[in-house]
Design a protein around this ligand. Structure first.
Ligand code: SF4
Ligand code: SF4
Length: 237
């Protein structure tokens, strides 16, 4: 078995951070999208109110502003698809020695243009990452532009499938809650179908445009509630 290396004081490109998943994007990253270094199919959106793991706080919190992230390899369009974890830009070293080691190395496919959080990340000193993570995050409307025809659909989807509303119905169900959750899920599914069939939107753009499918969001909220109960609204980021 390979031996765990000493903690580093410089980046030796071991890829451990990249194997944990992709970064959130910030305003400084907008040129990477404009220059098509990062394409929309490489992104997904976590919507306001979704529970996420806050790397800096080291705990799960509810988002108070949406977060556009680089997708992981496992967050394929077909979420049942089996694939490797880690940021989709992470390229593991294919050599047998590297593959056999728990501490295999790899590289970033966009190393020269990596996003702000990645450039700031030093696993031996998290101050830079905390500073980068505190800068304004990019939203879908920042990326689409306010006049983009899809921006209106994003707003409509937020109205019909608000995560805050879902959480409220899960947390304190009324006699109508089950129907309202079903209606929201049906709206979400229908809009995804419509965007593909009528607007020619590729299916792999949907995780960016509409976030995760609503059943996945609801599942995440149920897990959050199971762990946090009535205290779940206290930790908003
Ligand atoms: S910053 Fe990431 S790639 Fe560099 S040494 Fe730390 S874990 Fe490895
Ligand atoms: S964008 Fe590159 S540096 Fe950042 S997590 Fe992905 S592979 Fe690692």
């Amino acid at each position: 078995m390979s031996q765990r290396p000493d903690p580093p004081n410089h980046c030796r490109r071991c890829g451990t951070c990249c194997r944990k998943g992709g970064p959130a994007l910030h305003h400084a990253d907008l040129p990477l999208l404009r220059d098509t270094i990062i394409l929309r199919e490489a992104l997904y959106t976590l919507r306001v109110g979704e529970p996420v793991h806050d790397q800096v706080k080291g705990q799960v919190v509810l988002l108070d502003a949406e977060c556009v992230k680089v997708r992981s390899k496992e967050s394929a369009v077909d979420s049942s698809a089996k694939s490797e974890p880690g940021c989709r830009f992470y390229l593991p070293d294919p050599s047998p020695a590297a593959q056999a080691s728990e501490w295999a190395s790899g590289r970033c496919a966009i190393h020269e243009n990596k996003p702000q959080e990645c450039a700031a990340l030093k696993c031996w000193d998290t101050a830079g990452l905390a500073e980068a993570a505190a800068t304004p995050r990019l939203s879908r409307l920042d990326i689409l532009g306010p006049d983009n025809a899809l921006a209106e659909l994003v707003r409509d989807h937020e109205t019909h499938c608000s995560v805050a509303d879902l959480l409220r119905h899960l947390q304190a169900p009324t006699p109508e809650s089950a129907d309202l959750l079903r209606q929201a899920a049906a709206y979400d599914a229908a809009l995804r179908d419509l965007l593909q069939a009528k607007a020619g939107i590729p299916p792999d753009h949907l995780p960016f445009l509409l976030g995760r499918p609503l059943p996945e969001v609801i599942h995440g909220l149920r897990r959050w509630l199971a762990r946090n109960g009535d205290h779940s609204k206290k930790d908003m980021v």
